[in-house]
Design a protein around this ligand. Structure first.
Ligand code: UD1
Length: 358
């Protein structure tokens, strides 16, 4: 055993949900650890509030990099992270997910004595036009330990020639957070507070640049969603990057745009929804575990297990296909199923894998 700490990196909203159970498990086992927040997400609604909902301690270090174009943001994270990493001298650097912070910190750490573990390794959409796909590929290539959430991810890594000894199937840490917080989330009564009847509304989240950066395209998607949903109210908590596009749009009357919600509210809304419509990776997974039908408005998914073993359907972005899928799912919801090892104990397996190799 070594006294060198485990350094955990988080930068953007979905990262916080993934690191929370890992930090809790490290603490439970009295393993020295440090949490570095890159500051990629910085608004209270995108960061502090999620930390509070998850009961997380404040980050030990915040690099405060903020928003910038991809190369600039990535470079700023790398530049700010290097001295922090040198000072901390960790045994492991744990990065999660597929955001710019994940790749930037993995790249820096790979050239130091620290070993790099990637949680959520092996997911592939096959679409290199997605910045996240580049982040996934690069992060996996430089990581020493590839902690995969599902069998398909393991197969992707094997097919790319990763060392089989570096791959461990651990399950899904986001599900750990979901199951640990579901009762608290339900108790908040978020749908009711918004005047929505549980089981009587749709939840919409769109934030991918390819869906929201062109207001005309976003407008078509919104029209398609309501075309066959009848009077079903749809609630849309809008990510900050969507604000501008929405400002110039005539949003259909049954869609209610609200500010970004906290983690518990997001879970409460999903658990109460009749249908989830999304382009988010996390919601595809969470809706599967909650057994709520999910339509993914993208042309690819890096989470095919939510289709083969869950409630998700990849419908693309063609308006006619979206309208048809909405009508079909309201008529015939898919049966609930859950992928193997999405059981609330993934963080235990993550920490065991780290300690075995320390
Ligand atoms: C990032 C991730 C994406 C993830 C998403 C979750 C990358 C490449 N993308 O996308 O995979 O699904 O987080 O939310 O890492 N902004 C604010 N306040 C904030 C943060 C962002 O206003 O606290 C606005 C800024 O205008 C910024 C824009 O959102 O330019 C985009 O932020 P950024 O972190 O670059 O990407 P996301 O779209 O959030």
């Amino acid at each position: 055993m070594t006294d060198r700490p485990v350094l955990v990196v988080a930068g953007a909203r979905p990262n916080f949900v993934k690191v929370a159970p890992i930090l809790a498990e490290l603490d439970r086992r009295h393993v020295a650890n440090l949490l570095v927040h890159t500051g990629q997400h910085y608004e209270a609604a995108m960061s502090e509030r999620i930390f509070a909902d998850l009961g997380m301690r404040e980050p030990d270090v915040n690099l405060e990099v903020g928003s910038a174009p991809h190369a600039v943001q990535t470079a700023r994270i790398m530049e700010a992270f290097e001295p922090v990493l040198e000072a901390a001298d960790p045994s492991w650097v744990v990065v999660v997910g597929d955001v710019n912070s994940t790749m930037a910190c993995a790249l820096v750490a790979a050239k130091t004595p620290a070993s790099v573990a990637h949680v959520e390794a092996g997911l592939r959409s096959g679409d290199r036009a997605m910045p996240e796909e580049i982040n996934r590929i690069v992060t996996d290539r430089v990581s020493d330990l590839l902690l995969a959430p599902s069998d398909d991810a393991v197969r992707n890594l094997e097919a790319e020639g990763a060392d089989p000894n570096s791959i461990v199937l651990v399950g899904n840490v986001m599900v750990d957070s979901l199951l640990a917080n579901l009762d608290r989330a339900r108790a908040l009564g978020t749908p009711e507070q918004l005047g929505l009847r549980p089981g009587g509304f749709g939840l919409l989240t769109l934030h991918r640049p390819s869906n929201v950066d062109d207001p005309r395209h976003l407008g078509e998607l919104l029209e398609a969603v309501v075309a066959t949903a009848g009077e079903l109210p749809i609630v849309y908590p809008a990510h900050p990057r969507v604000r501008q596009a929405l400002a110039g749009l005539a949003v259909p009357a049954t869609i209610r745009v609200i500010e970004p919600v906290g983690y518990l509210e997001a879970i409460g809304l999903q658990a109460g929804a009749r249908l989830v419509l999304t382009d988010s990776g996390g919601l595809q997974e969470e809706s599967t575990v909650l057994g709520v039908p999910c339509l993914t408005l993208r042309t690819s998914t890096e989470r095919p297990v939510t289709i083969s073993e869950g409630t998700n359907e990849l419908v693309g972005v063609d308006p006619a296909a979206i309208s048809a899928a909405v009508a079909r799912v309201l008529r015939e919801p898919p049966p609930p199923r859950r992928p193997a090892l999405w059981d609330g104990h993934a963080a235990v397996r993550v920490v065991e894998a780290l300690l075995e190799r320390r």
